[in-house]
Each structure stands twice: as structure tokens, then as C-alpha cells.
Ligand binder design. Structure first.
Ligand code: PMP
Length: 408
């Protein structure tokens, strides 16, 4: 039996003690950005108070300490994903990681006559960069269908790959709207069997379960620090070493070069080739602390806790008249979207907010998906390590009040 002391975990997050509108905060918006444990805040503050300097170029004590801490954060990320340290590129967020791949790997290998496949459940971050690449360079952009339960339709996937043009499958590991986990091992095997590479958007998944890029056989994997209890401004691109080696730079500037003259420049080795300019030093160190934090709790315990919360939420919402949960995948994580009959999601969210309950409403940066579901918007409750079943009960009570305001 897993022991999971949620009260002890809550004590690690100073913000959760806040009141909003004089009420206890019920924070059900972790899928947008998670709250930060004290250890993350402390790691960042203590760096700034005791050993802050620019990294990699200083020959002085501060710069060496700071560079060590920054590179130690890279080691933590590498260990976290089961990658090598030189396969870890620091970026600003998942969005930048995907744009980096589109504008380097994509520009080099995807032109007219080739195709990129995404799924119907992508966040805009894993759709728009491929549209931009299509418009710049001419690869086709294809969209694989999902089933009504919210899972990848493998029959359609076969169809999309049947002419041999597909060079890249870019797919989410977990939907931020439906909560669906995609079978990434199977998708990677499928892509590779068809001569394509796979990019996996792990922005949601990495928060909820252990990820092993080698076991998945991923070519590219991206995530953001701020959803993983770390700071904003730092994200990760994992790239398979032999792919990164062949990729041209993304942005030019300091840190990413080997030598520079007016005639031309030569590039540093990965990952530095892709890290032009001063990196997000403090934020990387904060992300390292966040990884230490979740690793100490352990993903077995985190997943079990979130499964309990999600099951509780699905059962609780199912018992509410006029409330409809969206997405019924077999394998799903701690995100539950729903509609309330006759009430717009923005009204639902605004009236919940007045009761101290934070949820998200709208398209969730996945407009084509929400439309594919035949909806104009949804309300979304999402869970973190600190979420309790009583917060989900508070959501249910809150939803009843919203319905009462609307005379239901
Ligand atoms: N992909 C998914 C599945 C997401 O949920 C998000 C964030 N909502 C992103 C990508 C983009 O993350 P970021 O804004 O941190 O780049």
C-alpha cells in the first residue's frame, strides 16, 4: 500500500495557505501552471543571495559555482528522463522546444513531398509550429483522428502513413483537455517502422508519471518547468544525440559558437549549439530542485494519488445533473474537463472563482480539439500532488451553487 500524506505535501507549498475572497483557496488549475514548493523557491533565492553570476565564461569563484549548479540541473534533468546530459537542451518552455525542432530538424529534413503528422488532440504548441514550417517549406501537415473516447485512432494512423511520405509524428503524451495518455511506446515503434521520427509533447505527462525516453525510444521529447512545480522561463528539449549532432542551430549568438569571424562562424557541440545567449540560470536551478522534490515523493505514489483523485472527480461529476465529463480514455491523468448544461464555461469559472475555486475555462489552447468534440468551450479541473478529494467535493458543491444562480 502506498502511503501518501497529502497534508504533509500541502505544507511544502506556502501559497496553498492563502485565502482568496476570505475563503480557503481550492486550486484546481495545476495543468496550466503548478504551484511551487518551498524547496524550489529557496533554491532560487539562495542562488541569488549567495553565488549568482553569469555561467560558462567567468573565471571567478561565483561564476564557477553558478556554472556548476546550472550544469548539475542539466544532470538532474538527464537522470529524470534517462537521457545523456548532452541530449538535454534548456529552452524557455515546451513551446520553444517544439519550435526549435521545427526550425532546425524540420527545416533540414522536411520539404515538399514529405509530411508531418499531428493528432486531433494537440495543444496549439504542437500544431502552430508545424503549420509555420509547412508554409515556409512545403511539407504536408496531416492530422490523425481520435476516437469519441478521446484516444488515437490507429486505423486512421495507418491511413495517414500509407503513402510513405511521413517523416515526423508529433504527438502529445497526455492531452491537457481530455487527460488521455497516448501509448507513446507503440507510437514510437509505429513511426520508426514507417521510417519516421517521433516528437513527444510531454508538457502534461511528465508531471504525472515517470518518463524514460530510452524505453519509449523517443527521438524528441519536450516539457516545461512551470507545470512540474518548477519556475516559468525554463523548459527542456530532449533530442537523441545523433539527431542533435546533425541539426543546424536555432538562434545565433554567444554560447552557441566554437569560433567566430566576419567570414563565418562554427558551431558548438550539442546541447550548447542550441542555447544561444545567457540561459535561464536561476530557473534551471529551480527546475533541478523541483525534480529532486517530485523524485523524493516518487512517481508511483504521485500516479496512485492522482488516479484516486481522477476517479473521485469522474464519479462526483457523474452524480451531478446537467454536468457532463469530456473524454473517457482507458489510460488518463489528472485532468477532467466538463460542460455544464445551459451555462457557458466562462460563467462557470467566474462563479466558481467567487467561491475561492480556481479552474480554467475556454479552449485550453486546443481550439481544433474542442471543436472536434462539438463544443464551444469546456471547464477544466486539474490536479497536482497537493490536491485533495475534499477539494473535488468543494468543486461539486460549487457547481451546484453555480446552477442555482442560473435558476437550475
Ligand atoms: N503542450 C501541452 C499538452 C500543454 O498542456 C501545454 C501547456 N498548457 C503546452 C504544450 C505548452 O506549454 P508552455 O506554454 O509552457 O510552452
Amino acid at each position: 500500500e502506498m502511503s501518501f500524506d497529502v497534508d504533509r505535501i500541502r505544507a511544502d507549498f506556502p501559497i496553498l495557505a492563502q485565502k482568496v475572497y476570505g475563503r480557503d483557496l481550492v486550486f484546481l488549475d495545476s495543468a496550466a501552471s503548478a504551484q511551487k514548493p518551498k524547496v524550489v523557491i529557496d533554491a532560487m533565492v539562495s542562488t541569488m543571495e549567495s553565488r549568482y553570476a553569469n555561467v560558462h565564461r567567468g573565471l571567478h569563484w561565483m561564476s564557477e559555482r553558478c556554472s556548476d549548479d546550472f550544469e548539475a540541473a542539466r544532470d538532474k534533468v538527464a537522470h529524470f528522463l534517462n537521457a545523456d546530459r548532452n541530449e538535454i537542451v534548456f529552452v524557455r518552455n515546451a513551446t520553444e522546444g517544439i519550435n526549435l525542432v521545427a526550425q532546425t530538424f524540420g527545416r533540414k529534413t522536411l520539404g515538399p513531398g514529405s509530411a508531418v503528422v499531428v493528432s486531433e488532440m494537440e495543444h496549439h504548441a504542437n500544431l502552430v509550429p508545424w503549420q509555420m514550417l509547412r508554409d515556409q517549406q512545403g511539407p504536408e501537415l496531416r492530422v490523425v483522428k481520435i476516437t469519441d473516447a478521446g484516444e488515437i485512432d490507429f486505423t486512421d494512423l495507418e491511413r495517414q502513413f500509407s503513402d510513405g511520405k511521413v517523416k515526423l509524428l508529433a504527438v502529445t503524451h497526455m492531452s491537457n483537455v481530455l487527460g488521455t495518455y497516448t501509448p507513446v511506446e507503440r507510437l514510437a515503434e509505429f513511426a520508426h517502422a514507417h521510417g519516421a521520427k517521433i516528437l513527444i509533447d510531454g508538457a502534461q505527462a511528465v508531471v504525472h508519471r515517470a518518463v524514460d525516453v530510452k524505453a519509449i525510444d523517443a527521438d524528441f521529447y519536450v516539457f516545461s518547468g512551470h507545470k512540474l512545480y518548477g519556475p516559468t522561463g525554463i523548459g527542456v528539449l530532449y533530442g537523441r544525440r545523433e539527431l542533435l549532432d546533425q541539426m543546424p542551430p536555432f538562434m545565433g549568438g554567444g554560447e552557441m559558437i566554437r569560433s567566430v569571424s566576419y567570414a563565418g562562424s562554427t558551431w558548438a557541440e550539442p546541447p550548447y549549439r542550441f542555447e544561444a545567449g545567457t540561459p535561464a540560470i536561476i530557473e534551471a536551478i529551480g527546475l533541478g530542485a523541483a525534480i529532486d522534490y517530485v523524485s523524493a515523493i516518487g512517481f508511483e505514489a504521485i500516479s496512485a494519488h492522482e488516479r484516486l483523485l481522477t476517479d473521485h472527480a469522474m464519479a462526483t461529476l457523474a452524480a451531478l445533473k446537467g454536468v457532463q465529463a469530456i473524454g473517457h480514455a482507458q489510460d488518463r491523468g489528472g485532468v477532467v474537463s466538463f460542460t455544464v448544461e445551459g451555462i457557458h464555461s466562462h460563467d462557470v469559472a467566474t462563479l466558481l472563482d467567487k467561491q475561492g475555486i480556481a479552474v480554467r475555462a475556454g479552449f485550453h489552447c486546443a481550439e481544433p480539439l474542442v471543436r472536434r468534440l462539438g463544443l464551444e468551450s469546456t471547464t477544466r479541473a486539474s490536479f497536482g500532488v497537493y490536491t485533495t478529494t475534499s477539494e473535488i467535493d468543494a468543486l461539486a458543491t460549487g457547481l451546484r451553487r453555480v446552477q442555482q444562480v442560473f435558476g437550475q
